[in-house]
Design a protein around this ligand. Sequence first.
Ligand SMILES: Cc1cc2nc3c(=O)[nH]c(=O)nc-3n(C[C@H](O)[C@H](O)[C@H](O)COP(=O)(O)O)c2cc1C
Length: 329
Amino acid sequence: MDLPGKDHIYLAPFQGITTHVFREVYTRYFTGTDKLFTAFFSGIQSSKSLRSRQKELEKTHHNGVPVVPQILSKEGDEILLFGKLCHELGFQEINWNLGCPFPRVARKMRGSGLLPYPVKIEEILDKVMPVLPLKLSIKCRLGYYSPEEIIALLPVFDRFPLSEIIVHARLGKQMYKGSVNTTAFEKILLRTTHQIVYNGDIFTGEDFRKRKQQFPQIKRWMTGRGLLANPFLPQLIKEKKPLDEPQSVIRKYADDLYYAYRKNFNDSLRSLNLMKEWWSYLSLSFDHPEKVFGKVKKTKSFNDYEEAVNAVFETHEWTGKGMKTNRTE
Ligand SMILES: Cc1cc2nc3c(=O)[nH]c(=O)nc-3n(C[C@H](O)[C@H](O)[C@H](O)COP(=O)(O)O)c2cc1C
């Protein structure tokens, strides 16, 4: 049950970034996040794909914050198999990805590519819901081609006891471009009995307050790129007080994440690729984002990387500005 007036903030799933290593370190340093999601699992019917990502499902909570495993699939049987496994591992909920926009996924009627097919979605839910041993939530977009798609889907969703529906207020065909469509998002709120979670372009405390004013009935918010660029974002939204020495916290956080990845990958250079992906967001909160990212991006060894990070913290300042809001409405 949500307490009246209390906002809940979720960390969005990011393939290749919000790994179990990231979730553990992030929640050790930063407060304000109420739910975490794994990046999507797919092709789980071949047990190899599950085994290679077993560590993703080892913890049901990171530092007290619950984890929701996510599945990308258009097969009821596969969703059920995943649900049963997650239930055995102690999870309370799984999330069905109906939002992935990538053409190689969407073309196969998966992710947001399934949104134009309400009959198919209903068939899957009819198969899964009566026997699924844990809660199911959905993460979707407004549609693949048109926001009319979600309007057609809402009566289908209303037939089932979903725990919540997270809506990234864009279309699949937009990928991550253009602005979010808050007018279409607002229409959903009038036509569903489900709890809706808002997702899309919350990059600053100001963005959050603007959306909250616009949608006072929403109490659950998901943020991805904004939180990756400024990890203090959930805390800033909730506590609204100045931060204590943010640059030194960020330094420790960056070092901890780096050593945690090295340990996880037995000192394989793969850890550098993950760190670089993560720096592509974090660098946005420094005074010269391109220079900061440039320094880290070109490194090829652990020594290079450590020198580059030292140089970043010696010569650049943390501004906390994060992602730029691109709003045309
Ligand atoms: C590199 C990348 C990977 C992503 N991986 C996933 C994923 O595995 N599952 C998912 O539901 N969404 C995924 N997303 C979408 C985000 O979770 C989120 O919905 C999107 O970034 C919009 O939120 P934001 O504006 O707060 O970033 C991904 C996005 C990006 C850019």
